[in-house]
Design a protein. Sequence first.
Length: 235
Amino acid sequence: MKIDVLTLFPEMFHALDHSIVGRAKTLGQVEMSFLNFRDFSTNKHHKVDDYPYGGGAGMLLTPQPIFDAFHSLEAKSPRVILTTPTGKPFNQRMAEEWAKEEHLVFLCGHYEGFDQRIHDELATDEVSIGDFVLTGGELATMVMIDATVRLIPDVLGDQASHEDDSFSTGLLEYPHYTRPADFRGLTVPEVLLSGNHARIEAWRREQSLERTYRRRPDLLEHVELTDVDKKFLQS
Ligand code: ADE
């Protein structure tokens, strides 16, 4: 996969040189480029922002530097993701979809955001990472890149390790324990030591259902519940 990021702060993206995404870069499973669109400004002071027509607080990113930076990319038909708090909320389904793409382009907003013509002409997706306002789109882009890259086949060593992820099943993930079985009197649930896989599966499903019911009841509306699930939730 190729990922291009148009940003005023390319240095921030060194955070992606580490851990699993860093390894995916090193192994060539994903190729990333970071382009500072200020370099494309035809303004003699390299300005990239201007006052909004009609008045109001803050400055907007002007079209010229971003259009020219975008058109400098070798982009056939990329998915172009514009970061904005007014976008569709990012979720695991989007990450799964994007992980199948050959080319993603991220446009990182700043100031009060983009001139609307950038939204209209360049973006295929306008996405927010949550109901809060960041100082810019860089952190949002890193969050979305991280969530997407780990789903590219072979990036996680163990494929199964994301099939049970929270949200992949539509439910929050169940609790996990590792050794020791007794840590200073804090014990691991007996069922996990039983070796009985059917019981373990049933316990995990119940834990997922209970956690989701308590913390994110909104998610339950979109999950196909079995009769056993429904009985458990009513109990
Ligand atoms: N830019 C500023 N706030 C944002 C958010 N919540 N999501 C994506 N981009 C943003």
